[in-house]
Ligand binder design. Structure first.
Ligand SMILES: CC(C)(COP(=O)([O-])OP(=O)([O-])OC[C@H]1O[C@@H](n2cnc3c(N)ncnc32)[C@H](O)[C@@H]1OP(=O)([O-])[O-])[C@@H](O)C(=O)NCCC(=O)NCCSC(=O)C[C@@](C)(O)CC(=O)[O-]
Length: 288
């Protein structure tokens, strides 16, 4: 096979975490491990493997440590996990995660539903995570949910998203992933949001995290690419949803993001043949 060009766009594969966290049936750890290993073989360099959250809140991720212990760690791949508080960070560190993520909401309603606290209080919980991560040399990603609209609070003001994004970066996150958690976005609503964000934050500190509820996520990736973003979250076979966001559907399918990237003539570094094997496993797991 000819050598692939170095990636110009980074795919952050979130299927094993975002894709499997809200399934009614419990996917066994062995199935999650097989999926992550197939994604590693496909060429992803950033894979969100699991989350170290409360098992009372998200029982589907209770096996986080077992999953991390079982995967084959491919060289050059960063295996990431969500950590909402210091307990989560300590568990993730013990499990050998290469990076962690704190996750905030741009809307108060979802912050309370997902984290059981206000947005401001969630930042207070993240502070010790960021401090401990700095001490341990672990990079921290930030997520911001409901950047377009929230099922509890309605449309989100672009200025508020820009402000919380700045706060995450100032707190020490190397990048902020912009979550259209319920897939409400259209190019018309994303355009003013990106304008507000890019006024204060450079595009290389932002990632697009789109859900494909209305089938328009590919258009949002296109617009983001045109505005300079080069990192996108996506989920193998379009797995996904969020247990605390009514109406959230699957993340944008990884393959459809790759198609957009290719249409723009940009390199992504993923082997589409090997991705098919990961897709087969994803379909098998979701038929459980
Ligand atoms: C933040 C809390 C813990 C607050 O939950 P709480 O109930 O307010 O806090 P607590 O401190 O009282 O903890 C409750 C219980 O969980 C335990 N606990 C506490 N923390 C941990 C931990 N890290 N690991 C393991 N156990 C933990 C703690 O010890 C206690 O155990 P008990 O005494 O009842 O036996 C809870 O609300 C929580 O875990 N929320 C996570 C919800 C979640 O994972 N949602 C999905 C991910 S976000 C998402 O999908 C959106 C995203 C990122 O994809 C972007 C987008 O699309 O927008």
């Amino acid at each position: 096979m000819p050598p692939q060009a170095p990636p110009e766009v980074t795919l952050f594969e979130v299927g094993p975490r975002d894709g499997l966290q809200s399934r009614g049936g419990m996917v066994p750890a062995a199935g999650k491990i097989a999926l992550i290993d197939a994604l590693s073989r496909s060429g992803f360099r950033r894979i969100e493997a699991t989350s170290f959250v409360s098992p009372r809140w998200v029982p589907q991720m209770a096996d986080a440590a077992e999953v991390m212990a079982g995967i084959v760690r491919a060289p050059g791949v960063r295996y990431a996990a969500l950590t909402p508080n210091l307990t989560g960070f300590e568990r993730a560190l013990a499990a050998g995660c290469d990076e962690v993520a704190v996750f905030a909401s741009a809307s108060e309603g979802f912050s309370r539903a997902n984290l059981n606290c206000s947005i401001e209080d969630s930042f207070a919980r993240f502070a010790p995570v960021l401090e401990a991560a700095r001490g341990a040399g672990v990079p921290v990603r930030g997520y911001l949910s409901m950047v377009i609209s929230c099922p509890f609070d309605g449309p989100t003001a672009p200025g508020a998203v820009a402000g919380w994004t700045r706060r995450l970066i100032e707190a020490g996150c190397y990048e902020v992933s912009l979550g259209d958690t319920i897939g409400a976005g259209t190019p018309d609503t994303l355009e003013p949001l990106l304008a507000a964000l890019l006024d204060e934050t450079p595009p290389d500190r932002l990632a697009g995290h789109f859900h494909d509820t209305t089938g328009r996520a590919a258009e949002l990736v296109e617009l983001s690419l045109e505005r300079g973003l080069r990192t996108f979250d996506a989920s193998v076979a379009g797995l996904g949803g969020c247990p605390y966001a009514p109406g959230a559907r699957g993340n944008v399918d990884t393959r459809s993001v790759l198609e957009v990237i290719e249409a723009y003539g940009l390199a992504h570094g993923i082997d589409l043949g090997k991705l098919a094997e990961a897709e087969r496993i994803a379909h098998e797991l979701t038929s459980i």
